[in-house]
Ligand binder design. Sequence first.
Ligand code: SF4
Length: 212
Amino acid sequence: MAVNLSKIKIILQTLRDRYPVVKTQLEHETPFQLLIATILSAQCTDNQVNKVSKTLFLAYPDPKALALAPLNRIKKIIYSTGFYNNKAKNIKACAQVLMNEYEGIVPDEMDKLVKLPGVGRKTANVVLSAVFCHKTIVVDTHVLRISNRLGLTDKKDPVKVEYELMEIIPEKHWNDLSLQLIYFGREICDAKKPLCPECPLLKICPSGKKSR
Ligand code: SF4
């Protein structure tokens, strides 16, 4: 999909001005903890994950401990993040695979990360960018929604959107842009009630103009 270069520049500049410093909101002390926190963040707020992960990582701070943890105990701790049955099975299995195949070390390759239980492309991209400083675009629900609203893509599939954004956004902006769009989605371009009248991107946003 063809996107005007000056429009991209305005979006990048506006987001950079508004959010000059961005980083993942998921609290963690190690790559492993970020990996687990990101798995837990599916369909859950970062705040809620942080509350839960504090207890989880106190009890099971590394792959070795989590691999041996009783499943029911994990379920109890992470219950409030939703989908706790699957998440508990996945994070325990993920820790076991890390121990059995990677000596407890989180791999820094997409192909290996997405083979870990509970890890999809989005989670892998979060870890690759935040921990290993790879250039990636994380397409979560905010990035997907706002990219469509701004007319940067017309695709609904996150992987297709990721590739389309990589085509039109200069690589040096990838990591920050993902986080800036997440911040922006929480603050302004809400899923249900976007604050279009006060949005700094209103002039170049097809969806915002339609809503006027
Ligand atoms: Fe979102 Fe509205 Fe801003 Fe467009 S104008 S980016 S729809 S808040």
